[in-house]
Design a protein around this ligand. Structure first.
Ligand SMILES: Cc1ncc(C[n+]2csc(CCOP(=O)(O)OP(=O)(O)O)c2C)c(N)n1
Ligand code: SF4
Length: 298
């Protein structure tokens, strides 16, 4: 009798569905980002146990609870250093970092800069709604001048940070921008970002439908223009990416601004990791080596 041998079943969207349903407001942009991440993981066929999703604090930072991967919900602004530790402990894992503009560019701004210059092999997705959602609507580092919020009732007087330009200046090796209403385009960017070896950053317009009445889906829709639609645009050209990064107004570029593949990621550059991930090694140091090391320091 012939035997039928079945290979493993391909991963499907349902396999990445979290055990808890998102409690985001109906219509929140973050739903689109969650679906786009799940779609990218399906396309790449990465098994759940090889993915870790790490966040800080915020509505968007609740993300790891809503996806079936390993996950850590850490402290406000501290997702990137935790993710760096995870990646360096086991560099064979796919490490995703998810959070908001307040979390990433405000309290976490310092870590943002250093993770990029180190070229840690992480995929960082910021759900940029230009406001603090979880704390009920205060200005954030990406709020526009003049925006009226709970913390700026007479209008914001501070200029916003430019996330794309900042990422380029700090040395990120993959820099992109997406829009949560265009899931197909966004999941394509996320897929490329995961495949990229090194620090990949995607700033995603993910409107807060409850507290940001200025930068809504309707506001973005006619303005976003895909860089891919311009055949002359070269995403290997850092200066061209910088020029595009500061455009804001009637035309706002989305897509892949920049990628370079000639720099080693931190795990590739670190000689200690050349024999494989730290997690696979004995969890003790040979006492003779430890003694010699201490004596050298004395
Ligand atoms: C150390 C610390 N400071 C402040 C807070 C309060 N807090 C929680 S979330 C948040 C900002 C949320 O905005 P954002 O990161 O943009 O995420 P969103 O909720 O908009 O997705 C703040 C200020 C905190 N939890 N911990
Ligand atoms: S408050 Fe804003 S960011 Fe938070 S879940 Fe609601 S719509 Fe989304």
């Amino acid at each position: 009798m012939a035997t039928i041998t079945e290979g493993p079943r391909p991963m499907a969207m349902a396999d990445y569905k979290g055990r808890v349903d998102p409690d985001w407001c109906p219509g929140c942009g973050d739903y689109g980002v969650l679906a786009a991440v799940q779609k990218a993981l399906v396309e790449l066929q990465i098994p759940n146990h090889q993915v870790v999703t790490i966040s800080g604090i915020g509505c968007s930072s609740n993300f790891p609870g809503f996806i079936e991967t390993y996950g850590m919900h850490t402290l406000h602004g501290r997702a990137l250093p935790v993710a760096t530790g995870v990646k360096m402990a086991n560099h064979e894992l796919t490490v995703l970092v998810t959070g908001g503009d307040g979390d990433g560019f405000g309290i976490g701004g310092n870590h943002f800069a250093h993770a990029m210059r180190r070229n840690v092999d992480l995929t960082y997705i910021v759900m940029d709604n230009q406001i603090y959602g979880l704390t009920t609507g205060q200005t954030s580092p990406t709020s526009q001048i003049g925006m009226k919020t709970k913390s700026t009732p007479f209008g914001n007087v501070e200029g916003p940070i430019h996330p794309i330009a900042s990422a380029l200046a700090c040395g990120a090796t993959f820099v992109a921008r997406g829009f949560s209403a265009d899931q197909k385009h966004l999941s394509g960017l996320i897929r490329q970002a995961i495949e990229h070896k090194g620090f990949s950053f995607i700033d995603v317009f993910s409107p807060c439908v409850t507290y940001n009445k200025d930068n809504t889906f309707q506001w973005f829709r006619p303005r976003v223009k895909k860089l891919e639609d311009d055949p002359a645009y070269d995403s290997g050209d850092w200066l061209a990416a910088m020029e595009k990064s500061i455009l804001w107004g009637e035309e706002i570029p989305i897509g892949k601004f920049f990628e370079r593949t000639d720099l080693p990621s931190l795990d590739e550059a670190e000689p200690v990791l050349k024999d494989g991930p730290m997690v696979g090694r004995p969890d003790h140091i040979d006492p003779a080596i430890a003694r010699a090391f201490i004596e050298e320091l004395m």
